[in-house]
Design a protein around this ligand. Structure first.
Ligand SMILES: Nc1ncnc2c1ncn2[C@@H]1O[C@H](COP(=O)(O)OP(=O)(O)OP(=O)(O)O)[C@@H](O)[C@H]1O
Ligand SMILES: [Mg+2]
Length: 584
């Protein structure tokens, strides 16, 4: 039976380790609990002299002493209660804080493929809801158990001291109580898993529909989303009610068993008082202790529910914690130095799940040279450049930077070599300055402004209410696509890395802005090994080599002029873009 209540596994030990780290505070809390338990037990103990000495014997000294004793007892109980409450919550909250940090650190280090698989909202729910439920477990488990345990011991002593035979009557029901407690706990755990999953689902939907609210509105899907949300809250409601019904069963069951215990005591105790074997003081003192005892016992019985609920949360949290990253750091990583790099793709194959998206890729980009990638949408251009910073690992072949396979290089030193402008502009809720200096906290104002200037972002930034100190979030959706892109370009410029990856970095700009930014980028590309993905062919005339990707394969490569001369497909692309009359 014990197995069901506390089946310790490595995850629980991990949690206990977090508790053990706080032993100092725990010890202090325990002292407070002892004081409190002592005071609680003293109250029924004092009932005997009240009844026998004051009421029956009419003892005047006792009449003065006992009220004083009661005041002291309640004062001590209050002090103990306050102390243990604060200390235990300190321990509980601190554990949660550290668990959240660990979880965030773990999730942050997981590869991009993980984020593509998991819904953001679900991950958010792991850190907020699931960790919260563990907090309830930790605070009530350690606070509740220890406090109730000490109180039970104190009261049990009073009971046995007053009349040990009668005490046995009161305890007869306890072993019987064990079975419903375990059964209810198991059920609570099962239902809680459902509740937490429904909660994660709800968070995921909130995240999606708030972030994508524009599309919800544009497609008139508000009623649909509202209905979807109502369905989800209804499901959650039903599950919550199931949990509540299971949990609500604990109290009545315990009360009822308690009632049987009390009835037995009254029957046996009353009989002894009537027959003159015992005094009314002993009887009332005893019955008061029994009544006080059922409170903590009842709480302990509920504890199993809280623990089962918490363990269900812990399982989901640890599932994430135990996720292995498939992008592994080499055992003895090579530190890449900051210098112009030669990048080689050697017979590279790559697939996401089952679908092979890159096949037989062979490339050799000399230091400081520019490689342009063009081709139909879905051809594999973004996938190809994502392999360089190891956002994904390849399935076959190697990618070599200056003779080092990138899987042997330290991840940090590899990514330090690369500045990237991604296909979708991604900015954070920080100031414009903070966004441009992201990853470059030491950059001075001058450098930041120079980068913004080079990305042709200075003009519009200056028009913001607080210039560089304007918060991106406060601007809300005010930033245009091109403005966002230019801030992203400025961020990459500031990083000043030897390898540059530009994924359609100018796609959201008009022709005039594009020409300007293009010039800035051309300056930037000087002396850097550059991978540039373009959808406008006119903008890659400067590239040393152009590859055309189709269905994951390089179908042609060469300079712009060569390609135009020799390849019909490339010429067709070019024609599609510019019509017949425009020459490159
Ligand atoms: N995370 C992913 N999981 C599974 N398949 C993916 C993933 N990302 C891309 N793909 C698939 O890989 C193929 C290549 O996609 P990729 O994004 O590299 O194309 P692209 O050439 O950059 O296209 P575009 O010009 O539209 O940006 C596509 O068929 C796409 O559906
Ligand atoms: Mg792409």
């Amino acid at each position: 039976m014990k197995k069901y209540l506390f089946k310790l596994n490595s995850r629980h030990r991990e949690l206990l380790k977090l508790v053990k780290d706080q032993w100092g505070k725990l010890a202090m809390a325990m002292v407070c609990m002892l004081v409190m338990a002592g005071a609680s037990s003293a109250v029924p103990f004092l009932i005997k002299p009240v009844v026998d000495d004051i009421f029956i014997n009419k003892d005047v000294t006792m009449l003065r002493l006992i009220p004083l004793a009661v005041i002291i007892v309640y004062f001590l109980q209050g002090v103990g209660m306050y102390g243990q409450e604060c200390l235990m919550h300190y321990v509980g909250q601190n554990i949660i804080r550290r668990l959240r940090n660990q979880l965030y650190e773990k999730i942050s280090d997981l590869p991009i493929s993980f984020f593509q698989k998991e819904k953001t909202g679900v991950l958010m729910s792991r850190i907020t809801n699931d960790v919260n439920i563990i907090k309830s477990m930790v605070s009530s488990a350690i606070t509740g158990t220890l406090r109730d345990f000490f109180t039970i011991i104190g009261l049990t002593c009073v009971i046995f001291y007053r009349d040990w035979k009668m005490a046995l009557f009161a305890f007869v029901v306890l072993p019987v109580a064990f079975f419903p407690i375990v059964a209810i706990g198991k059920r609570v755990r099962k239902v809680t898993t459902g509740t937490q999953e429904a909660m994660a689902d709800l968070t995921a939907m909130l995240h999606e529909t708030f972030a994508g609210n524009k599309i919800v509105k544009a497609f008139g899907m508000e009623p649909y989303e509202k209905k979807r949300f109502h369905d989800k809250t209804l499901k959650l409601f039903k599950l919550e009610m199931k949990t509540i019904r299971s949990k609500a069963l604990s109290s009545p069951v315990m009360e009822f068993l308690g009632g049987i215990g009390v009835a037995l005591v009254i029957w046996y105790g009353g009989f002894k008082v009537i027959s003159g074997e015992s005094t009314p003081g002993t009887f009332f003192s005893f019955i008061a202790a029994v009544l006080l005892l059922y409170g903590p016992v009842k709480k302990l019985s509920k504890l199993n529910n809280v623990i089962q609920q918490g363990l269900a949360g812990a399982d989901r949290v640890f599932e994430v914690m135990e996720t292995q990253s498939d992008i592994k750091e080499a055992l003895d990583p090579v530190q890449l130095k900051r210098c112009p790099h030669r990048v080689i793709f050697n017979n590279v194959y790559f697939k996401y799940e089952d679908l092979m998206v890159l096949k037989k890729i062979n490339l050799d980009v000399q230091p400081g040279k520019i490689l342009a990638l063009v081709g139909m949408s879905g051809g594999g251009k973004t996938s190809l450049v994502n392999l360089i910073p190891r956002f994904f690992d390849i399935n076959q072949g190697n990618i070599i930077i200056d003779g080092v396979d990138i899987r042997d290089a330290s991840l940090k030193s590899l990514r330090d070599q690369i500045a990237i402008v991604t296909q979708e502009p991604i900015l954070f809720n920080d100031t414009v300055r903070g966004n441009i200096a992201y990853g470059n906290p030491k950059a001075g104002n001058k450098e930041i402004e120079r980068a913004a200037g080079a990305a042709y972002a200075l003009d519009f930034i200056k028009e913001f209410p607080e210039g560089f100190d304007t918060n991106i979030g406060e601007l809300g959706g005010r930033l245009s696509g091109g403005e966002k892109q230019r801030i992203c370009i400025a961020r990459a410029l500031l990083k000043d890395a030897p390898i540059l990856i530009l994924d359609e970095a100018t796609s959201a700009l008009d022709t005039q802005a594009e020409t300007l930014v293009q010039k800035a980028l051309e300056n930037l590309m000087q002396g850097r090994t550059t991978f540039v993905i373009a959808h406008r062919l006119s903008t890659i005339g400067y590239a040393d080599r152009i590859i055309v990707l189709k269905n994951g394969e390089i179908i042609v490569q060469g300079t712009q002029a060569e390609l135009l001369a020799m390849d019909a497909h490339y010429a067709k692309l070019h024609k599609m873009q510019f019509g017949n009359d425009i020459k490159p």
